[in-house]
Design a protein around this ligand. Structure first.
Ligand code: FAD
Length: 295
């Protein structure tokens, strides 16, 4: 399996956008089967450059994360990346996870601080890490991985000093050895462009900054998500969601239309590609990719 840094360099040289899909670790065996036997095969038809698998709250899904990442690589022959977080983990524990990942032939890790369990603030585990940058440094010392990190076009919600200070910290993660950045979801491309340009022009960060795209599936769900991560919802989008109310079918159809427009503008303005938060569902992502005629 390849390193994502090499895939991104190749795509850049060919002036072709990369496509990736993010999945979360299902909580049930049935969820695993649906993901591995239906969702991924449907999306594999679009020849993603890689897929990624999230690491659950408090590290609770770590075995599942590695298992799903491994199965994507072995069963579907797609490069896959495991997310890894600092929540509740000592350095020794993280070293064990990296050894296991290495044993599975996993070559790509998204290094994150992680979300603490609901209702709790982030607390550094004794013997663990406080910030994702330290995790990047640790993974780098153990070699054999291409490392990605998270970036926040509107600034990270916990960063009280404002987005420019938060973006300095993204630079610190890149300086520590991250090969690429994947962004938090956003619904106004202006935030992405400002972030990307600031990182390059003001901070001299030139690794690929991959926009994260979330196809909206339901109004209540997206309001919950944006509240958690602090993403701004443009007035036009809010008005449409209000109009559709609990009609998830109409909302998802509009979500496809909205994300298609977002992706077209991002690619036209030089984004290196698109990372889709699939929420383990294929329908909307598939329709967006068909609209974009990318594959
Ligand atoms: P960091 O880079 O450590 O930043 C966290 C906060 O600390 C920020 O406010 C930053 O400004 C501040 N900070 C950083 N360095 C310093 C410093 N030296 N001094 C003071 N403050 C500092 N969560 C999961 O639990 N599992 C997942 O699988 C997962 N996948 C994700 C995938 C993507 C693409 C994204 C965008 C997010 C994902 N998250 C996931 C959520 C993420 O873990 C949270 O948003 C988390 O709160 C921040 O993670 P980070 O890696 O950006 O942390």
């Amino acid at each position: 399996m390849r390193y994502i840094r090499d895939i991104l360099a190749e795509k850049h040289a060919l002036a072709r956008p990369m496509i990736s899909f993010e999945f979360f670790s299902p909580k049930t065996d049935e969820g695993d089967r649906t993901l591995l036997e239906k969702t991924i095969p449907t999306l594999a038809a679009f020849k993603p450059d890689f897929c990624s698998v999230t690491y659950g709250a408090g590290g609770t899904t770590q075995d599942k994360t590695l298992m799903i990442t491994d199965r994507i690589q072995r069963q579907h022959n797609i490069v896959a990346m495991s997310h890894l977080t600092c929540v509740g983990a000592t350095q020794e524990h993280i070293r064990g996870v990296l050894d296991q990942a290495h044993g599975h032939g996993i070559k790509n890790i998204l290094a994150l601080r992680g979300d603490p369990p609901p209702g709790e603030g982030f607390k550094r585990e004794p013997g663990g890490f406080e910030f994702a940058k330290e995790l990047v440094e640790f993974i780098r010392e153990h070699s054999g991985f291409s490392v990605g990190v998270a970036g926040f076009p509107e600034g990270h919600i916990d960063c009280m000093e404002g987005k420019h200070v938060d973006w300095q910290r993204v630079k610190m993660k890149v300086d520590a050895g991250a090969d690429f950045v994947i962004t938090q979801l956003f619904f106004d491309n202006a935030f992405y462009f400002e972030f990307r340009d600031y990182m390059a022009d003001k901070l001299g960060v030139h690794v690929p900054i991959i926009p994260g795209i979330l196809p909206i599936l339901s109004a209540s769900q997206i309001i919950k998500f944006t509240k958690l991560c602090g993403a701004h919802m443009p007035a036009e989008l809010l008005a449409r969601l209000e109009k559709f109310g609990a009609d998830d079918e109409a909302t998802a159809a509009y979500g496809v239309e909205y994300a298609t427009r977002q992706c077209e503008s991002l690619l036209k303005s030089g984004a290196p590609g698109l990372h889709f938060y699939t929420l383990n569902k294929s329908k909307s992502t598939k329709r967006i990719l068909q609209n974009l005629k990318l594959r």
